[in-house]
Design a binder for this molecule. Structure first.
Ligand code: PLP
Length: 495
């Protein structure tokens, strides 16, 4: 694997000419199919499990999780209701409670109280679900203030229509908020819901983190325009720089704005909560004040895609917003109130038995095994950070922008070496696209795979080595490739 190109060497449209235009009329032999997998499919795969895959955030996979996936596929039980395979529902509740305790999440998120966890397909889906619940909570609270709730069987048609009209009017005033460093999934969720979305600009002055002051100024501004800010995403580990938003300040601010739903997007860095010593850096002590939280085990916690673990303080918020019960979905178990029907916690109806692979991983590695992995990735991320601050890096023109943080390092590359001991502010704009030239040349070579990001308008390169195969020697080699490619391009530019 380390010797295979990370990025495949194929051109757009490479596949169709190799395959018949029509599906076969008659069964084919498995050996023929398998040969095609090797010859036609594998060459088009980006090698996410390579230790040289340093792009995006990782999508780790391990044998126990693959086995969980195989068992789940074999059982093939789309258990949307408890009765459609009771063990699927009950396993999900048990495993998510276990995970919450292992991550040190507040007891408000446990199923023994009013909260609970549910597995979503992705962090983006979790945000859509949280935003729907937030929307309904806000609308209902305003309707209640206006005397239009609760609903009564004796409501006149006039009241029913008035309630519907006011619901639509209120919805048209709602604004979802995110920072300029929030993942694009928050904006996409607002698109899906058809509500306004506003970005709060954050920059290097706050370490790319959203502060309570910025949030409160934005809320005040939109309220003064007659709008209703109802939702905000705060992030533990932003995509560009792994910044942690000011959860202390934001949750304090929330005390006076109860209806503002605070969702914590901890898609990648939430995995760090597995290590008690990293919880302070994640501001975990403030999680008990937020409405929802989500971490992707399929990024940094050894479970293959998909396993996005979402927790809410009040499961009733989700169920009130998403429950719809035609007669064919009703059964005595569901009506008894003694069981969960997870269809009411998500967008689709059917659902896979995803808790099985999480259970296999938790048991096969133990919490200690997961902690060891996270600690090792953080350690080698620090080694890479030291390389980026070394004399060799200065000679190459490498300037650190962020990190090492949660195994991520972000830097840019100046067209010339950093002179002597000169301090180069990490985000002083330099009119060049040299960083991009180097970045594109490295990805074209395909030996390692990096991603780009834009911070305060400055082009940067991100390096994150945190899949189960990452090792220090591969990060050291990646640094060599970055320096060598920089020198090659500098030489070519001066030739
Ligand atoms: N949130 C953050 C901070 C991310 O970095 C990402 C993706 O990397 C997402 C959300 C979206 O994750 P998903 O692909 O699970 O929707």
């Amino acid at each position: 694997m380390p010797n295979v190109r990370v990025v495949p060497n194929v051109k757009p449209g490479f596949l169709a000419p190799q395959l018949p235009a029509e599906a076969p009329q008659h069964p084919e032999d498995w050996s023929v199919i398998l040969k095609d997998v090797r010859d036609k499919i594998m060459p088009g795969l980006t090698n996410w499990q390579s230790p040289n895959f340093l792009a995006f955030f990782p999508a780790g996979v391990t044998y126990p999780s693959i086995l969980g996936e195989i068992f789940s596929a074999a059982f093939n039980a789309p258990a949307f209701n408890w009765l459609c395979s009771p063990v699927c529902t009950e396993m999900e509740t048990v495993v998510l409670d276990q995970l919450a305790k292992s991550l040190g999440l507040p007891e408000e998120f446990l199923s023994s109280g009013e909260g609970g966890g549910v597995i979503q397909g992705s962090a983006s889906e979790a945000i859509v679900v949280a935003m729907v619940a937030a929307r309904e909570r806000s609308v209902n609270s305003l309707l209640a203030k206006e005397g239009l709730l609760p609903v009564s069987p004796d409501d006149s048609e006039e009241i029913i229509l008035k309630r519907e009209d006011r619901t639509m009017e209120i919805r048209s005033k709602l604004v979802a908020l995110g920072s300029s460093q929030s993942h694009s999934s928050t904006q996409k969720a607002a698109m899906v819901l058809g509500v306004r979305y506003r970005t709060i600009q954050v920059g290097h002055d706050t370490g790319c983190a959203l502060t309570a002051e910025q949030l409160s100024a934005a809320v005040a501004k939109y309220e003064s325009q007659g709008l209703v800010p109802f939702y905000v995403t705060a992030t533990i580990g932003t995509t560009s720089t792994c910044a942690v938003d000011d959860l202390a300040g934001i949750t304090e601010y929330k005390r006076s704005h109860e209806m503002l739903w605070v969702h914590i997007d901890a898609a990648y860095a939430g995995a760090a909560l597995i290590c008690p010593e990293l919880r302070g850096q994640c501001q975990a002590q403030y999680l008990k004040h937020v409405d929802s939280f989500d971490v992707n085990m399929h990024k940094w916690l050894l479970v293959n895609f998909d396993a996005s673990c979402m927790y809410v303080r009040r499961r009733a918020d989700l169920i009130d917003a998403l429950s719809i019960s035609p007669s064919y979905l009703l059964n005595p178990a569901g009506l008894s109130g003694l069981v969960k029907d997870y269809r009411d916690w998500q967008i689709p109806l059917g659902r896979r038995f995803r808790s099985l692979k999480i259970w296999f991983v938790l048991r096969s590695y133990g919490i200690q095994g997961m902690q060891d992995m996270v600690r090792e990735h953080i350690r080698i991320g620090e080694v890479f950070g030291e390389l980026c601050r070394s004399q060799r890096a200065r000679e190459a023109g490498i300037v650190v922008v962020a990190g090492p943080v949660f195994a991520l390092n972000v830097f840019r590359i100046l067209p010339q070496p950093v002179a002597g001991n000169a301090e180069v502010p990490s985000v002083t704009p330099v009119a060049n696209d040299f960083t991009n030239q180097v970045y594109e040349a490295i990805n074209d070579k395909g030996d390692i795979y990096l991603t780009h990001s834009l911070i305060d308008g400055i082009d940067c390169i991100r390096v994150v080595g945190a899949n189960p195969n990452t090792q220090e020697k591969y990060l050291r080699r990646a640094f060599d490739i970055i320096v060598e490619t920089t020198e090659e391009i500098r030489g070519a530019n001066h030739a």
